[in-house]
Write a protein that binds this ligand. Structure first.
Ligand code: XIL
Length: 573
């Protein structure tokens, strides 16, 4: 959600423009990997502007600044001047429906801190972005630049209605509209959060009773008992890469350290996708998988089919118009891949994002999806089979068509007896942050089918670290409080290996960001059970703890004994 302090304010008259007559014409592509972006001018109708810059980024550059649009100023800005920048943004196309840019006003020299900087995103609707600032020092004409960084993963965005004015020293900065990013339900006493925390207490815990007896079976009073939750029943995980799980660099070691300390669930980011296993599963993927399983980290499979153009192996392109060959090659892929990992993965995303990626379905007919689920089921009958989709809770959760399509697919599969038994909800957020109360409603809607659900891909791509951390906390509280959500999977945790590096929990140098701290504070502090008990006269003591696997250590007259126990919601003795 964006809030502007006012709605569309006319800028004060007599201001000095800082770019030529049509500011859009002043921009050109720049950056080390500018070849990954293309820009063109398009016509726009029905808006306060008639032209837009359309910028397509074809593959993710190394960093957002590796592909950018820049325009040098054509007039001076003096220290103390108030500058107002306004532009409109929308996303034409991206993997999540949301497209990004980071706007900056900065000295014509990469070493200077920008005077203003904001990362924003938009969906398919035009969004106004207002960025006022007061110049800290002089910027002679041509010595400052406006920058739109576009080095994000594949997307097409449009920028229009750009106004850049130097308002001098008579306009007060505070009087100008400013785009602030926040979300409804963020306030400390938000009712949804209070209810969610109460629900967590009710549904995610059980009573653990410990009774200590001696070798003759008599109760032992006054024994010290240490009860520690070792593994949550709920899944808390991240996507990972085989390269880093098997790598030998210090970074790879650090990466593994974090995986085994903080996650009980994992998924491979790209290593199990069809193009990656087309010629068979590379040995390092098996090696990485075994490493995870040895550490009791549950692994889900992602994905068997991502049935749209660029995500399919290039080898199958020539088969697209040969239905029987296409059917066969898909069937073999599903059977071989699921069989290969049989018994090791608990879930498979059989189909990923069918709303936007449906080439194979268009070619083979709707019912082919049922066949795919059946094939996966035959190859590993114990694996839970999921349909996974984006645009359900993310991007404001107001894309009724996208949600309706997903609902329709699940219903179709269920009604037609396909062995689907899981609903995967991706959650890639930019600066359109969905109200947690609304997320809970969407979770309710998709629970109607009776299938367990998982938050399969969580990323929060924001440069406001505080906001990012708070949204992480609230998203997690919402998801953990929903009875039908079984796990939360991060889509990456390290800046250097993250599809939207701004969303990572750890910086490149492994220092933790507030968003990472938010994760640890919840999973390893607030939602951790670690209790010291003393048995009563009947040799018993009870504690209410989070469901999962426990280590219970009894110490009495200098001797200790540790036993393992599982605590389900119904409680255990
Ligand atoms: C992304 C990966 O993170 C990138 O490295 C890759 O270039 C493209 O795919 N939805 C999904 C994931 O289901 O598989 C995508 O992962 C992110 C969006």
């Amino acid at each position: 959600m964006f809030t502007s302090t006012c709605v569309r304010v006319e800028l004060p008259a007599g201001h000095a423009p800082l770019l030529g007559t049509d500011p859009l014409d002043s921009f050109k592509l720049d950056g080390r990997q500018q070849q990954l972006a293309h820009v063109r001018t398009i016509d726009v109708t029905g808006q306060p502007f008639t032209r837009a810059l359309q910028v397509t980024t074809t593959t993710a550059p190394d960093s957002e600044g590796s592909a950018q649009l820049i325009a040098p100023t054509s007039a001076a800005v003096k220290a103390g001047d108030v500058v107002m920048i306004r532009f409109w943004l929308r996303c034409q196309e991206s993997m999540t429906g949301e497209g990004f840019t980071t706007f900056a006003f900065q000295q014509n020299h990469p070493e200077f801190n920008p005077a203003a900087e904001i990362q924003v995103s938009a969906n398919s609707k035009w969004r106004e972005v207002d960025v006022p600032f007061k110049a800290g020092h002089d910027y002679p004409a041509g010595q400052a630049r406006l920058v739109f960084r576009v080095g994000f993963d594949r997307q097409t965005i449009e920028i229009a209605g750009l106004e850049v004015s130097n308002l001098g020293t008579t306009t007060k900065l505070e009087s100008l509209p400013r785009t602030r990013i926040t979300y409804a339900g963020r306030e400390a006493d938000a009712p949804w959060r209070k209810e969610a925390l109460a629900r967590i207490d009710k549904i995610r815990k059980g009573d653990l009773t410990v009774t200590v007896t001696d070798s003759t079976g008599h109760p032992v009073p006054d024994a010290n008992v240490h009860v520690v939750l070792k593994r949550h029943e709920f899944g808390f995980g991240s996507c990972v890469t085989a390269d880093l799980l098997t790598g030998t660099t210090p970074d790879a070691e650090h990466y593994r350290q974090i995986v085994q300390s903080y996650f009980n669930l994992a998924v491979f980011e790209n290593d199990m996708k069809w193009p990656a296993v087309y010629d068979g599963v590379p040995p390092k993927v098996d090696q990485a998988l075994n490493w995870l399983l040895e550490r009791h980290i549950e692994v889900r499979g992602h994905n068997l089919l991502w049935p749209g153009g660029v995500w399919l192996p290039p080898q199958i392109k020539p088969m697209l118009d040969h239905p029987s060959q296409l059917r066969e090659v898909i069937a073999n892929h599903i059977t071989n891949t699921v069989r290969h990992f049989r018994g090791k993965l608990t879930q498979w995303d059989v189909v990923n994002e069918p709303y936007k990626n449906h080439v194979l379905i268009d070619k083979l007919g709707k019912s082919v999806m049922i066949d795919w689920f059946n094939l996966a089921h035959e190859a590993d009958p114990n694996c839970q089979l999921f349909l996974n989709e984006y645009g359900i809770v993310d991007g404001g959760a107001n894309d009724a068509e996208h949600q309706g399509n997903f609902y329709g697919w699940i219903k179709y599969l269920k009604d037609n007896g396909a062995p689907i038994n899981g609903v995967g909800i991706q959650s890639h957020f930019g600066s359109v942050l969905t109200d947690p109360a609304k997320i809970l409603k969407v979770f309710d809607r998709f629970s109607e089918f009776g299938f367990p659900m998982e938050s399969t891909e969580l990323s929060i791509n924001l440069d406001d670290r505080q906001l990012q951390a708070e949204y992480m906390r609230d998203y997690m509280i919402a998801a953990f409080s929903h009875p039908n959500i079984h796990g939360i999977m991060l889509w990456g945790f390290w800046e250097k290996r993250h599809w939207r590096p701004q969303g990572a929990l750890y910086n490149t140098d492994w220092t933790i960001r507030p968003i990472g701290q938010a994760w640890i504070d919840l999973v390893h502090k607030q939602w951790q059970t670690d209790a010291q008990l003393v048995t009563d006269s009947k040799g018993s003591q009870a504690v209410r703890g989070f469901c999962g696997d426990y280590e219970v250590t009894v110490t009495y007259s200098g001797k200790s004994k540790t036993v393992l126990a599982h605590l389900p919601h119904q409680g255990t003795n």
